[in-house]
Structures are given as structure tokens and as C-alpha cells.
Design a protein around this ligand. Structure first.
Ligand code: THU
Ligand code: ZN
Length: 134
């Protein structure tokens, strides 16, 4: 692991402590790095109606976008179970709004294990984008 990946994964692990997960007890943290090298984090925020739950990745993307960033180099995702969680289909689509298919998606496989690293394009190929609508 390079130091940069290490730091991003650590940020994703740390923000899990802020997660609101009374229903699933499954904490997720995400840390997204902008092309300019800044990092924004997000955690999952569940809701009693279940369907309103916010996912860690979408919270991280929203945090970055609201601070004026729209170009990203990589995202790290970690769950409290360190089970190699990958962004769900909805989060893959959210990422594809701003990120190119070569975005690195770093998924935590646990202490002492190398994380799994994917490209967004392999997790969500041929998706709808702004260009599709033009
Ligand atoms: N979760 C995320 O935060 N990101 C994903 O992409 C996968 C699922 C959260 C939602 C819910 O709070 C919990 O994990 C169980 O699905
Ligand atoms: Zn998701």
C-alpha cells in the first residue's frame, strides 16, 4: 500500500465512529480524495423508515461538492466488519456523476490485508451520464 492509500483508508475507518446505525449496526466510512489532494469523509446515516438512509459514499461526495470540488482521484470505503465492502449500485452511480471510469475505489479488507482496488468503470460499466443525455 502506498502512504496515500493508507491515509485515505485510515480516514474512511475513522469516520465510521460518526455513523448513525441503530438498525443495521453496520458502520460504513468513506473518504474521497480530490484531484487537488483534499480529503472529504462521510459515514452512513440511517433512518427509522429504512428507505431514507444515507450511504457513506454519497455523504462524502456531497461534502466535497458542497465545498466546491468536482474532480476526484480516488475513494476509500471501509465497514466496521472490514469485509471488503464495495459501494452499492446507487453509490456507484453517484460517483459516476463526477468521476471518470478510472477512479480508484479502495475497499478495506482488514488489518494487515491489502485492500481490494477497483476502477469505477469495472464496478459500473456503460452507465448513464450527462453525455448520454446530450
Ligand atoms: N451502506 C453504505 O453506507 N454504503 C454502501 O454503498 C453500502 C451500504 C450502508 C447503508 C446501511 O446503513 C448499511 O450500510 C447496511 O446496508
Ligand atoms: Zn451505497
Amino acid at each position: 500500500m502506498t502512504d496515500k492509500i493508507d491515509d485515505l483508508l485510515e480516514a474512511a475507518r475513522e469516520i465510521q465512529s460518526a455513523a448513525h446505525v441503530p438498525y443495521s449496526e453496520y458502520r460504513v466510512g468513506a473518504a474521497i480524495e480530490t484531484e487537488s489532494g483534499e480529503v472529504f469523509v462521510g459515514c452512513n446515516v440511517e433512518n427509522a423508515n429504512f428507505s431514507n438512509s444515507l450511504h457513506a459514499e454519497e455523504v462524502a461526495v456531497a461534502e466535497a461538492v458542497k465545498n466546491g470540488h468536482r474532480e476526484f482521484a480516488r475513494i476509500a470505503v471501509s465497514s466496521s466488519r472490514r469485509d471488503g465492502v464495495t459501494p452499492c449500485g446507487m453509490c456507484r452511480q453517484t460517483l459516476s456523476e463526477f468521476c471518470k471510469p478510472d477512479l480508484e475505489v479502495i475497499c478495506d479488507e482488514g488489518e494487515g490485508e491489502e485492500p481490494s482496488v477497483y476502477k469505477l468503470g469495472e464496478l459500473l460499466p456503460d452507465t448513464i451520464s450527462q453525455e448520454t443525455l446530450e
